[in-house]
Design a binder for this molecule. Structure first.
Ligand code: GAL
Length: 745
């Protein structure tokens, strides 16, 4: 049977490479011991030299292989090595790979030793090599180095399943079907008679199966199997993301010798000239772009943290779509998108620049690797096959489209551009429309953008971003305008039936090169900061959640007399999904206020905007506290208070998880906030905080930090020992509550 052994622990690592490291006899005892995902260099939060992680390093791993695997094929599978990897086993070169965002495998069979020690060596070049996308010119993000995703050792029969593409069909019929393409490899020199079984199951119980005997010649072959007349299949959609397991089994003389499992969903997702349709129903796509980077460790975050990002996008921000700008992202993130019903537009690595023929060949290979890795994810509805925002290149993009359509005839292609009237070779015209800079113009007419006579499938993939960078601790008026720009664009998109949706720039602030951003190597373009702590703009999205499940009431105010130009709090924008909001100043009701349905008919839940309130007084009169109360269906569902005289009263600590794996890899976030008497963040304090982690856990990043706009987060990683991690933070005056995280093996 197939055996997959996680190869993430106990690598030996050095921040340089020398040819002698390839020699299996080389003594690496003074290398650091590291686990994967691993950042080749931890970086400060900001103001670092981005060259500090751009070097060539060495990863070595020693392992034994039992005699029982003799006669099998042995592979090592890398999920992501930034940017170029060369792999050696027992001193022999076995493969290399260009590109840090897609997986690759090396066949070790010829050189492994059974019953003895083996030495795997990876030379990792994390420089910005101009021969590999996205490099060759400038890019507005950092591609952090190292073996930053997981590695497996895979042991299979000489005849094995290399991949599986399961394609649901007749999805909207009562009787559905499933076509499964099984990619088989026969590495023996002779033909082999085997049987291939395909099972479709849900929650581990089999719904349908088919078996067929075939004769395989040496080499590769694709076998297509069909399951038909499938009844009672539940569709995958945003509310009920039903998933099915497809299990492939190979038998020889009635004995199972290989199996492979993947997950799928039955759904029809298509962008048409008049919108996006999921299972035949029009759905307005509302989303944000995600970069996969985090403070300190860059790209190297484990499964739980990747999955959490998907949860944040869906449940905290209420999005229904994410674009994986500008590259294929972690499989854990995508798995979670499948599980929670978050649509994904995934694209190949690149940023504005197209390189030479060799470079383009790597980009074409990236299309192939991305699709072959991810074609079973029901959440993915669109393949991005252009270099983000590059100019036209007829031959190159004809080829990327051809590859995508040939590999996956079930999905549309897109190709993100910002130039008008660029050549339309894809199925969906995917456009970064940065026309809105606060004025009257909000979105362009799709026909004016495409220059075509007809409306075509059209999606806005970016807006805002560099047009209005905003820090979480910026001045209130800026935070509000930042939020309003997101609202205006989403509203305009909702009103244009030829626009299938709008995906804003972007979800989270991200580290970038000095050519971009605020000089401190951060682009403050997120609706959340790098720690995933929300800015006011986050509430624009969050307030679109269903009020009956998640009532939202977020007044965009610090409730102070002198924060704004000319003082006061008006106009007061409240992002809410409540039907009405009552305001109490100094405990007295000053009236009820209603959502601006006429001004913002393009969103489901427009904000309440209070332009006048009695008793907020003038400069020189007393300032009072306030309470906002939200009602849904006449019932009070939410209230939010602000005090007139905020004083830091509590330092709160809250972890995303109470329980993580004791594997030295798993991690969770803890958010620390300095809050006032009613629990509101005090956004202009930058007090120093000391974070203490006790027990079997380690802190990612520094122990001594300054609060950034009243709060900060840190990720805490397990060790390999089971137990209880306790975390507390303290400022000069306050000590936080203690957070306890249990770790188990
Ligand atoms: C776009 C680009 C993004 C980001 C954004 C900032 O042009 O595609 O990667 O740089 O601008 O607004």
């Amino acid at each position: 049977m197939r055996k997959v052994i996680a190869f993430n622990h106990n690598w030996r690592y050095l921040e340089r490479f020398d040819e002698e490291f390839v020699d299996p006899a080389f003594d690496d005892s003074d290398f650091a011991v590291v686990h994967l995902p691993h950042a080749n260099k931890e970086v400060p939060y900001n103001y670092f030299d981005e060259k500090m992680y751009q070097f060539v390093s060495c990863y070595r791993k020693t392992f034994d292989l039992s005699d029982e695997y003799k006669g099998k094929r042995i592979f090592v599978d890398f999920e992501g090595v930034m940017t170029y990897g060369e792999v050696f086993i027992n001193g022999h070169f076995v493969g290399s790979h260009k590109g840090g965002y897609t997986p690759f495998s090396c066949d070790l069979t010829e050189y492994v030793q059974f019953g003895k020690e083996n030495v795997l060596v990876v030379k990792v070049d994390s420089t910005e090599r101009p021969d590999i996308p996205p490099f060759g010119h400038m890019i507005d993000y950092l591609c952090f180095g190292g073996i930053y995703r997981e590695v497996d050792l895979r042991i299979v029969d000489p005849v094995f399943i290399a991949n599986v593409f399961a394609k649901p069909q007749d999805v909207l019929e009562n009787k559905k079907s499933l076509e499964t393409s099984v990619f088989l490899k026969n590495t023996t020199p002779k033909e082999e008679t085997i049987s291939v079984m395909v099972e479709l199951g849900k929650d581990r119980s089999v719904t349908a199966l088919t078996t067929k005997e075939i004769t395989l010649q040496p080499g590769e072959e694709v076998v297509d199997r069909y399951l038909e007349n499938l009844m009672d299949i539940e569709l995958w959609d945003l509310e009920n993301p039903n998933l099915y397991e497809v299990t492939l089994t190979l038998k020889r003389n009635n004995e199972v010798f290989d199996s492979f499992e993947t997950r799928i969903g039955f759904r029809e997702a298509v962008v048409k000239p008049d919108g996006f349709f999921l299972n035949g129903k029009r759905v307005m796509l509302r989303g944000l772009n995600r970069h996969q980077s985090f403070p300190y460790v860059g790209y190297a975050m484990p499964a739980r943290v990747q999955r959490r990002d998907a949860d944040i996008l869906k449940f905290e921000l209420g999005l229904n779509v994410v674009r994986t700008s500008h590259y294929p992202q972690s499989k854990h993130f995508l798995d979670r998108c499948d599980e929670i019903g978050l649509l994904v537009f995934e694209e190949i690595p690149g940023w504005q620049h197209i390189g030479d023929e060799e470079w383009k060949a790597v980009a074409c290979e990236n299309v192939r690797e991305m699709i072959e890795r991810d074609w079973n994810h029901p959440s993915i509805f669109l393949w991005g096959v252009r270099i983000n925002e590059s100019g036209d290149d007829h031959d190159f993009y004809t080829e990327t489209n051809r590859i995508a359509r040939e590999l996956d005839p079930t999905r549309q292609t897109g190709g993100v551009r910002y130039l008008e009237k660029s050549e339309f070779l894809e199925d969906v015209y995917t456009m970064n429309d940065f026309i809105h800079s606060g004025g009257e113009k909000v979105l362009r007419d799709p026909k004016a953008v495409t220059g075509l006579d007809e409306y075509v499938p059209y999606l806005v993939c970016e807006f805002n971003g560099h047009m209005y960078p905003t820090k979480r601790f910026d001045q209130e008026e800026r935070l509000i305008e930042h939020a309003m720009r997101h609202l205006r664009v989403q509203n305009a998109a909702g009103l244009d039936r030829h626009i299938s949706g709008a995906i804003g720039w972007c979800a989270f602030d991200y580290n970038t090169h000095y050519d971009f951003g605020s000089g401190d190597r951060i682009c403050y373009h997120g609706v959340m900061d790098m720690f995933r702590i929300p800015k006011m703009a986050a509430a624009v999205y969050r307030s679109q959640l269903d009020p009956r499940k998640t009532p939202v009431l977020e007044p965009a105010t610090l409730w102070t007399r002198g924060e704004r130009s000319q003082g006061g709090v008006l106009p007061l924008v409240i992002f809410t999904n409540c039907d009405e909001v009552e305001v109490f100043i100094a405990n007295e009701s000053v009236g009820k206020f209603y959502p601006e349905k006429e001004a913002y008919p393009g969103v489901d839940y427009p904000p309440v905007i209070i332009r006048e309130i009695p008793s907020t007084g003038v400069w020189g009169s007393a300032w009072h506290s306030v309470e906002f109360v939200g009602y849904v269906d006449g019932r009070k569902v939410k209230s939010k208070k602000f005090v007139s005289n905020p004083i830091p009263t509590k330092l709160t600590a809250k972890a995303d998880d109470e329980h993580i794996q004791a594997d030295g890899i798993d991690a969770t976030r803890v958010v620390f906030k300095l809050v006032d008497q009613v629990g509101n963040l005090v956004p202009y304090t930058n007090e120093a905080v000391e974070i203490n982690v006790d027990g079997p856990g380690t802190l990612i990043g520094p122990k001594l930090v300054g609060l950034i706009g009243g709060c900060i987060a840190a990720w805490v990683k397990s060790t390999e020992e089971a137990g209880k991690i306790t975390i507390t933070a303290k400022t000069n005056q306050l000590t936080s509550n203690t957070v306890t995280i249990k770790t188990t093996n």
